[in-house]
Design a protein around this ligand. Structure first.
Ligand SMILES: *Cc1c(COP(=O)(O)O)cnc(C)c1O
Length: 358
């Protein structure tokens, strides 16, 4: 029987956020950090307008989308590459820079795609402890060896919601040996005021790459568009392995319109900040531990795994789907996406009943 490449059979299948509860026709889905308001109406219109052109191949260089991103984020369009979600960009990085015998590093509660990316190219995943559910820069520096090729750090991190200051990432980048790249995953960077996701660090150094996505605040998880920003030689390498037509005409048009509608995004960010504060405060009032989150979700921590399971079951009975994070080594946690104001109220009411407070 033919065998796959080494590492592939060690990959555990990615567990997505659930979207159904038996007996609930329209559950409230707070399990995948989606934008509860959906995408910009302009993105919907632009995507819909492509339907009559589906016999045409899409652009292969993605120039209009890269220029829109460069305009809005103040970046150099030549150093942007667009992928089928940022997951594809992360996979290219592993494919281009790591293989058997190489180490790919990430943190204890890091995003599960990092391990999958490492194993899928036969590299060795190396998990580094966090401190109080937060990336530990010193621990990462101490764990680097002459085999380390990639370090993936999500900042803010998912599922913890915590983040480290840019100065920590700068210190990490400056400490790396020549054969190693730092990848800053900025899936939630838009949610952090006055934070560039590491863009200036990319511009200043030759060993840092930033990844971003249209799946979170832009509300386009279903369209599958993400991007990377990196040193020109790295982007040139990734472009060699990128499929020439990786993004559809619909994805390109929808994402371009979405990135240009900054008014819509600003409004979503305002609501998220208000509702995240209300959700965090409400959980703490109920005696449920929560770290300050910098994303569009919070990680509620219960006494133990049994209590988290019971809370999850109670929320399900109320028609609310949140995310268990046992696979992220936080069995006592439930990750809850920040919804619309009425959604947050519904979650807090259900948990008050669970705690016997209401
Ligand atoms: C959601 C998420 C992504 C985005 O993945 P896409 O492939 O762009 O949908 C990347 N990194 C982290 C940490 C995430 O939570």
């Amino acid at each position: 029987m033919i065998r796959p490449q080494p590492g592939i059979l060690d990959i555990a299948l990615y567990q997505g956020g659930a979207s159904k509860i038996a007996g609930h026709a329209a559950p409230l889905k707070l399990s995948s950090n989606e934008n509860p308001f959906g995408p910009s109406p302009m993105a919907i219109a632009a995507a819909r307008d492509t339907i009559t052109d589906l016999h045409r191949y899409p652009s292969t260089d993605h120039a209009p989308l890269r220029e829109a991103i460069a305009d809005i984020y103040g970046l150099d369009a030549d150093r942007i590459i667009c992928g089928v979600g940022s997951d594809e960009v992360l996979a290219w990085l592993a494919q281009a820079y790591a293989g058997p015998g190489d180490e790919v590093m990430f943190t204890e509660h890091g995003f599960s795609i990092y391990r999958i990316a490492a194993l899928s190219v036969g590299a060795t995943p190396v998990e580094v402890a966090e401190t109080e559910r937060t990336t530990d820069i010193d621990a990462l520096i101490a764990a680097v060896t002459d085999r380390t090729r990639l370090i993936f750090v999500a900042n803010p991190n998912n599922p913890t919601g915590t983040m480290v200051p840019l100065s920590g990432l700068e210190r990490l980048a400056a400490a790396l040996p020549d054969q190693c790249l730092l990848v800053i995953d900025g899936a939630y960077a838009e949610f952090v005021p006055d934070y560039d996701g590491g863009a200036a660090l990319v511009a200043a150094r030759d060993n840092v790459v930033m990844t971003r996505t249209f799946s979170k605040v832009y509300g386009l998880g279903g369209l599958r568009v993400g991007w990377g920003y990196g040193p020109q030689p790295v982007i040139d390498v990734l472009n060699r392995i990128r499929g020439p037509f990786n993004l559809s005409v619909t994805a390109l048009a929808g994402a371009e319109a979405a990135v240009r509608d900054t008014g819509f995004i600003d409004a979503c960010l305002r609501v998220n900040a208000e509702e995240r504060a209300r959700l965090t405060g409400g959980l703490r009032q109920l005696g449920i531990a929560v770290d300050d989150s910098h994303g569009n979700f919070v990680l509620a921590r219960f006494a133990d795994e049994a209590e988290a399971d019971a809370a999850d079951a109670h929320l399900k009975s109320a028609g609310i789907i949140v995310r268990q994070v046992k696979g992220y080594k936080i069995p006592e946690g439930l990750r809850i996406t920040v919804g619309r104001p009425e959604d947050v109220t519904r979650v807090l009411d259900a948990l008050a009943t669970f705690r016997g407070v209401a």
